[in-house]
Design a protein around this ligand. Structure first.
Ligand SMILES: C[S@@+](CC[C@H](N)C(=O)[O-])C[C@H]1O[C@@H](n2cnc3c(N)ncnc32)[C@H](O)[C@@H]1O
Length: 302
């Protein structure tokens, strides 16, 4: 609750408090949303890092057969990095990044990694995909949504897909990308990831349903659905990508610690033991944990 400061007869809402967020475990989180990850500068940096990992692993930013798109939407755009790169790649297009809250304003600072400044054909729009998208029907040629698996309760997915399809023009494409559950991982990573699955389940979110995105698109009436399935090595044994995915995974482990322990899934000391074991596993030169990633796209019927 915001603090009310009484000065003479005027009631002032303390501007340092923002009802969209609540802070626990030293990290700022979205209030009243299923999404369990923090929403702060540290997390924006992790999302950028993860974006570079995914772009490397997938050898590009998208897979759908785009043909001179005019309007592109990125739902749950996070740092805005994907959307800004698409704007730079398609200078004729207008690219909209949508998220519940905007990424930090960075117009005046260098964005690095091939983007010196925010592209002029990129804009941010606030929105909550669980409440419907703030656009008329048939607004975009390409609608992209990546890694919202922890943000969308399982039973809400069909409605979300309908909404993504609604704002896509006939002939346009909807593309989804989600992760799966680590395979062939050691007991540390398997246990740690299990606590994240449990945390999500407490919010009616199914963190194991990434493999279903192709089916969700087909069930939602999208045509010509194509699925790609990639395995990311996790750990020092997997070279550059393996080290990057290990770093990302450990950053997620730190980000979800407060949520897991506050939800009573594990006491902090037990979580820290699992985390330390995961660190050891991911730095072992002979590990073999892999993380499946699923990408699927489908076309709105003409
Ligand atoms: C794991 S991040 C992924 C960000 C980005 N798509 C990427 O791949 O880098 C999930 C994002 O979804 C946003 N989000 C969570 N719930 C949402 C909702 N209901 N509507 C729109 N965005 C949401 C979060 O704020 C966060 O930025």
């Amino acid at each position: 609750m915001p603090t009310l400061l009484r000065r003479r007869r005027t009631v002032v809402v303390d501007p340092s408090e923002d009802r969209r967020f609540w802070v626990f475990g030293g990290r700022r989180h979205l209030a009243a949303m299923p999404y369990p990850l923090p929403k702060d500068t540290g997390e924006i940096n992790r999302l950028d890092f993860q974006h570079f990992l995914l772009r490397t692993g997938f050898r590009g930013n998208y897979a759908a057969p785009l043909d001179h798109p005019r309007d592109i939407l990125d739902v749950g755009c996070g740092s805005g990095r994907w959307a800004m790169e698409l704007a730079a790649h398609f200078p004729q297009a207008h690219v909209v990044g949508l998220d519940v809250v905007p990424p930090p304003a960075d117009d005046s600072r260098t964005l690095g990694n091939g983007l010196d400044q925010r592209p002029p054909n990129y804009t941010f729009t606030p929105g909550n995909v669980l409440e419907g998208l703030p656009f008329p029907d048939n607004s975009f040629d390409f609608v992209h949504q990546r890694l919202l698996i922890t943000a969308i309760p399982a039973e809400r997915w069909p409605a979300v897909i309908r909404e993504l399809a609604r704002v896509t023009r006939p002939g346009g494409w909807v593309e989804l990308a989600e992760c799966g559950v680590p395979e062939h991982a050691g007991p540390g990573l398997t246990g740690l990831w299990g606590t994240w699955i449990e945390l999500c389940a407490k919010r009616n979110v199914d963190f194991t349903m990434g493999h279903t995105i192709g089916q969700l698109l087909s069930d939602g009436g999208l045509a010509h659905v194509q699925r790609h399935h990639l395995y990311f090595p996790m750990g020092a044994w997997g070279g550059h990508v393996g080290r990057m995915s290990a770093t990302d995974c450990l950053a997620v482990g730190q980000a979800l610690r407060a949520g897991v322990t506050a939800a009573g899934i594990l006491p902090p000391a037990d979580y820290d033991k699992l985390y330390a074991l995961t660190q050891t596993e991911l730095s072992a030169p002979k590990g073999h944990g892999i993380l499946p990633f699923y990408l699927a796209y489908g076309q709105r019927a003409l």
